[in-house]
Design a binder for this molecule. Sequence first.
Ligand code: ADP
Ligand code: MG
Length: 324
Amino acid sequence: MNDTPLVELRDVSQIFWVEKPWIGKAKPLYALRNVNLQIPKGSTVGLVGESGCGKSTLGKVILQLTPQASGSVFFAGQDISHWSQKKMRPLRRHMQMIFQDPYSSLHPKRTILQNLQEPFLIHNETENMEEKIYQLLQDVGLDRETLHRYPHELSGGQCQRVCIARAVSLRPDFIVADESVSALDVSIRGQILHLLLELKTKYQLTYLFISHDLAVIEVVSDLVAVMYLGQIVEWTSAKQLFANPLHPYTQLLLEAIPIPIFRPDRRKRHQFIEAELPDPVRMPPGCPFAARCSKVQPRCREMAPTLRNLGTSETPHYVACHEA
Ligand SMILES: Nc1ncnc2c1ncn2[C@@H]1O[C@H](COP(=O)(O)OP(=O)(O)O)[C@@H](O)[C@H]1O
Ligand SMILES: [Mg+2]
């Protein structure tokens, strides 16, 4: 962890201006608030939190698909925060994203072959393209016959395999997998996770693995960041997080893991999080989680807690909670 991280975010905030017609002017929505994160080379960092907490926004900011409002993004030690599209272009092949819905990630009117050729054509790398595509197919567990089909002729799992092949086709260093197994049948989910882990070793990849599902995060991650309303509230090794979750929100998420697909020993507990999320446009002062927290104290509503290391310097365990 002492080497330069492959990806680093420093104090990154992202604001969307949201029209509130009854107020009459746009109000800022903080999709990310002072996020600091390091993704060590060769690791898988899991990013977990409920829908709307800012996970996809974070992924897109890292890839500079939407530049942040403030703060800096480093890739392989370079500050890429203010790079133009033109300057970013050669870097793009090193960073890829795999989305939730594989069908909408592919061209519906093009064959799988045409879809797989696209990245090679865009980056002008057509030498041995055919062989490379055959190799990719083999790596993701599809047969050659698939090449002449159209996306709608494939199952969700097969289609996601194609998207994965496309993402790794130019040998990237870093992949953001954004809810990449969430739309798949439970039986297929495990196979695709297994494939992603296999490719990680084979292609020496670094992943940011985004999911709202802690059961998935647990299987793949070396490190985990827990997000709540645009802020990282806990950040440590996966082992630590699952053995000793310190933030009340993480504890609640763990108790709410609905179906223990990968851990049949862990029984389902019917304790879902029921309170409403606060409106991110009208955030109360203090801790963002205060309204839903069972350990809430008066100071939690007044002063926002910052991340502090309650672990050791060797095994850091950061948590943003006054009561942890
Ligand atoms: N382009 C946008 N314009 C306005 N608000 C947005 C935009 N993208 C995301 N948001 C808002 O930012 C917050 C975080 O969204 P998102 O990053 O998609 O969350 P997640 O991926 O965790 O579900 C949400 O409140 C969402 O409505
Ligand atoms: Mg999302």
